[in-house]
Design a binder for this molecule. Structure first.
Ligand code: SAM
Length: 428
């Protein structure tokens, strides 16, 4: 049979009687699909495999433990025969044909009146693939399409509201990671592909915005330290208002929504206003941006823990030891005060400090110095946000660290090569 000769359609079998003849593994798989579609399944076979007997024992189908009889096809909407005996399957098919009932004959693909596609479900999309009678090819294609849908590489966005009324809107707070488009999660990418409205930060994987469909609305709400053109209360209001209009809203945030990102407030505000909200964790800049400069936030023999804070006020609370890494976000403006606070708390002035500006971006720049020198270096170099400042012995591991920083104490392995070749380095 040529592929052009089949007519793809979808059967709505909910509550309708269907017949499965045979009870081996193939029949069990097909039965499972029919039950998933809500069909009322009768299985006819003298013996059944465990998968089918379990379904029968659970009361999910009616199993007639006997050989097939022609009257079994009477009154059913659909027949699947998979007895493993070609003669029996041919007889069942012929009986179904005589009554104009569609029948899938598992033992004779060519003669079969209907074919079962390879099926996958992603979100509310069901993919069904027929591939010229080659089931493995069909399954491979189905898997590829399902993966591309799941990762957001194919457009899963709704263009028509299903059912009778509008679907309720929702908000997803998606952590976009530090800016590299490869550092957003699969879930985040997929939700972005389904969004009607994207409320976007200044940081994060902004190149993905250019890939959105033309009718997806992008609302820019980006902030810089001390400058909030769209106040947080207004961002909260936009999220709720858009969702209440039935839109799927993605709040695309830099890094992780819950790390110094006010994601908790946004989620709470949405929930208080009856809006369904999902939080999708992201790769925080606090950990990933140092990694972009080859700095691990913990390292055997150098640091067992780390603290992430925004400035010198919180520094009194963190351990002032070179073996406890301190990571400052939004910390450039207060760097001099922060360094002084840590020095007052007892951290030696020789403690290494690394600043990574624009991590993962083409203009990434790394400045390495010590607690005693870093404020002057940063000022001289014009270091600016966005930047992550790392204080502690782990900075010695960076391939950008000057050779006199490297001690025999650390690292039994070589550090990763820097990820971007464009990185500029400033050292004392
Ligand atoms: C408002 S905080 C948001 C942090 C975010 N929630 C996270 O988990 O990464 C913004 C700060 O994150 C840091 N940051 C974010 N992305 C960065 C990047 N690509 N390079 C350097 N710093 C970055 C900077 O310290 C910036 O000022």
């Amino acid at each position: 049979m040529a592929i052009q000769d089949i007519y793809p359609t979808a059967l709505r079998l909910l509550g309708r009687p269907v017949l499965v003849v045979g009870a081996g593994p193939v029949a069990a798989r097909r039965t499972k699909g029919l039950l998933d579609a809500g069909a009322r399944v009768t299985v006819v076979a003298p013996v059944a495999c465990p998968a089918l007997t379990e379904l029968a024992d659970a009361g999910l189908l009616n199993w007639e433990p006997r050989p097939y009889r022609p009257a079994d096809v009477d009154g059913v909407w659909f027949v699947q025969t998979a007895t493993g005996d070609a003669a029996v399957d041919a007889r069942v098919s012929a009986d179904a044909e005589a009554q104009r009932i569609w029948c899938v004959n598992a033992s004779d693909h060519e003669a079969s009146a209907a074919w079962t596609p390879a099926v996958a479900v992603v979100d509310d999309v069901k993919i069904a693939v027929n591939a010229g009678g080659d089931p493995r090819r069909a399954m491979a294609l189905r898997d590829a399409v399902a993966t591309a849908l799941a990762t957001g590489d194919l457009p899963l966005r709704r263009h028509r509201l299903s059912g009778t009324g509008a679907t309720p809107g929702s908000v997803a707070l998606v952590g976009g990671g530090p800016g590299d488009t490869g550092l957003i999660t699969v879930r985040g990418r997929r939700l972005l592909g389904q969004a009607d409205v994207v409320v976007a930060d200044r940081l994060g994987p902004r190149e993905l915005l250019a890939e959105l469909a033309p009718d997806v609305r992008v609302v820019e709400v980006g902030k810089t330290p001390g400058h909030h053109p769209v106040p947080q209360s207004e961002i909260n209001r936009i999220l709720v208002e858009e969702a209440l209009q039935g839109h799927r809203v993605v709040r695309l945030k830099g890094g992780d929504p819950y790390v110094l990102g006010r994601g908790g407030e946004e989620a709470e505000f949405c929930r208080q206003h009856g809006v369904e909200v999902e939080v999708v964790s992201g790769v925080t800049s606090a950990i990933s941006v140092p990694a972009a400069a080859g700095i691990p936030v913990t390292h055997r023999g150098l640091a067992k823990g780390f603290s992430v804070v925004t400035g010198h006020e919180e520094l009194a609370e963190v351990p002032a030891r070179a073996d406890h890494t301190v990571i400052l976000l939004m910390g450039v403006g207060q760097l001099r005060d922060s360094a002084a606070s840590l020095a007052r708390a007892g951290l030696p002035l020789q403690t290494p400090v690394g600043i990574v500006e624009n991590g993962y971006l083409p203009n990434q720049r790394v400045t390495i110095g010590t607690l005693g020198t870093i404020a002057d270096q940063a000022e001289a170099a014009g270091v600016a946000n966005p930047a992550v400042i790392v204080i502690g012995d782990v900075v010695r591991v960076s391939p950008f660290a000057p050779s006199h920083f490297k001690t025999a104490d650390y690292s039994t392995t070589s550090p990763n090569a820097p990820r971007t070749t464009k990185t500029r380095v400033l050292t004392p």
